[in-house]
Ligand binder design. Structure first.
Ligand SMILES: N[C@@H](CCC(=O)N[C@@H](CS)C(=O)NCC(=O)O)C(=O)O
Length: 214
């Protein structure tokens, strides 16, 4: 398999975590988002949206959209499971996933922030306030769900798709210097995950294109 990735991409980070949890090997192909490499014609052939991640599977399929890739990995490589057995429990995990990946992350990704800056004329203070607002709103709700369901990991006592999404979102919040003190349970889950080898292997700073000075 080949994973098209960028070290600081939250969506690619989700897939890297799931691949590592499943014990799947994937060669990493990097695209520097700062240089707009995700819009190069060759990559647009793979993913017409011009976004990372994309996963080329061993049978030649090209998969896009991180949540679709996570669900595909879960179906194709069922062990270890990243969704609970019970349908109601699975819905709870998927609700955490959607809260982060559908209602938080899209508001703060590169193309949206660029639009705020360049088309709407927002200065850095306004952009930072925007980022902080949406992260705070999402994390306030997620904190309640984690309090209900966590026993170490975001849902229960084993890693799930919720952790694949929570950990990158916490990394992103830290990168934007958002105060995480109001969300001690989310921070505790991220800390718990940080001790797991799969999460360590997927960390942005462990990636071949990591640029700690960026
Ligand atoms: N919903 C998509 C979002 C993908 C996405 O926004 N990727 C970002 C990096 S986290 C990206 O490629 N951004 C490039 C850009 O905005 O131009 C997914 O989950 O895969």
């Amino acid at each position: 398999m080949r994973l098209h990735s960028y070290w600081r991409s939250s969506a690619a980070y989700r897939v890297r975590i799931a691949l590592a949890l499943k014990g799947c090997e994937a060669a990493v192909v990097t695209h520097d988002l700062r240089a707009d490499e995700q819009r190069a014609p060759g990559y647009l052939n793979l993913n017409p949206q011009g976004l990372v991640p994309a996963l080329e599977s061993d049978d030649g399929a090209v998969l896009t959209q991180s949540l679709a890739i996570l669900e595909w990995l879960e179906e194709r490589y069922p062990a270890p499971p990243l969704l609970p057995q019970d349908a109601g429990d699975r819905a709870q995990v998927r609700a955490m996933v959607a809260l982060i990946a559908c209602d938080m992350h899209p508001l703060n990704n590169l193309r949206v922030l660029r639009y705020l800056r360049h088309q709407l004329g927002a200065d850095q203070a306004a952009v930072s306030a925007w980022i902080g607002h949406w992260i705070a709103q999402g994390f306030a709700a997620l904190e309640v769900l984690v309090a209900r369901h966590s026993r170490g990991f975001a849902w229960g006592d084993a890693p799930s798709l919720a952790d694949c999404c929570l950990v990158p979102q916490v990394y992103s919040a830290q990168r934007y210097a958002v105060d995480l003190a109001p969300y001690p349970r989310i921070v505790a889950v991220a800390g718990h995950c940080a001790g797991h080898p799969a999460f360590r292997a997927a960390h942005p700073l462990a990636q071949p294109d990591a640029d700690p000075d960026a």
